[in-house]
Design a protein around this ligand. Structure first.
Ligand SMILES: Nc1ncnc2c1ncn2[C@@H]1O[C@H](COP(=O)(O)OP(=O)(O)OP(=O)(O)O)[C@@H](O)[C@H]1O
Length: 226
């Protein structure tokens, strides 16, 4: 089942062509890595796939809903899409658990249930022991786990990760990739932007962007590398 589909998507910023006619489908259960040089359009692709930005032309569909026809994009973002960015955007005045609860509470889920879900998501990423701590009291790897837990709550089917391992050491980066892989294996569609071939090796497919176009798309099966 296709979770996200981009059809001939372009995105222009004035005279800059950030994306030039990209088509891509990511199915449930798939982890797709997006690679390419700086400025090739990777973040633009991710933002469009998650409804954080709108294409200049072409279309984006998430779980069968054409985003061009959706009035409340924010609602789709909260219910269907989980984001993990390098700039983690954890709110400093909230504990780890409160950060994870927030999107669910914004969506009208009661506090008690949102808290139970948050603790479950934190346990899933191995961060339950930091639930009551504030972001500044956490290591980089712990913060990243909390950000992933926040992206996982509410059974969101599309997970978008933009260099989620950027600031982390190799061992912690591997753990984060393992989490994304596990999530894909459990039925999510995962799009991962990375510069690191070692992380791309966890993907089912790797697409290479160059100057806003897909230059190459490889299906890789590297079970033995995992
Ligand atoms: N808001 C914007 N206004 C103007 N130009 C933009 C904007 N966002 C992106 N661009 C341009 O679009 C192109 C693609 O940018 P994008 O951030 O998607 O690339 P990237 O592959 O993610 O790069 P990096 O690896 O450096 O993060 C670049 O030339 C960038 O300067």
């Amino acid at each position: 089942m296709t979770v996200v589909e981009l059809r001939e998507v372009t995105r222009e910023h004035g005279r800059v062509h950030a994306l030039r006619g990209v088509s891509l489908e990511v199915a449930a259960g798939e982890l797709v890595a997006v690679m390419g040089p700086s400025g090739s359009g990777k973040s633009t692709l991710l933002n469009l796939a998650g409804g954080l930005d709108r294409p200049t032309s072409g279309g984006v569909t998430i779980e069968g809903r054409d985003l061009a026809k959706v009035k409340d994009l924010a609602a789709i973002r909260r219910t269907s899409v989980g984001y993990v960015f390098q700039d983690l955007n954890l709110i400093p005045s909230l504990t780890a658990a409160e950060n994870v609860m927030l999107p669910r509470e914004l969506d009208g889920v009661r506090s008690g249930r949102a808290r139970a879900e948050a603790l479950e998501a934190l346990a899933e990423v191995g961060a339950e022991e930091v639930a009551g701590r504030f972001p500044e009291e956490l290591s980089g790897g712990q913060r990243q786990r909390v950000a992933i837990a926040r992206a996982l709550t509410g059974e969101r089917r599309l997970l978008l990760a933009d260099e989620p391992t950027g600031a982390l050491d190799t061992a912690t980066g591997d753990e984060i990739l393992q989490l994304l892989r596990t999530r894909a294996d459990a039925g999510a569609a995962v799009l991962l932007v990375t510069h690191e071939p070692r992380y791309a090796a966890w993907a089912d497919r790797v697409i290479y962007l160059r100057d806003g176009r897909i230059a190459e798309a490889n299906a890789v099966r590297l079970e033995s590398a995992r």
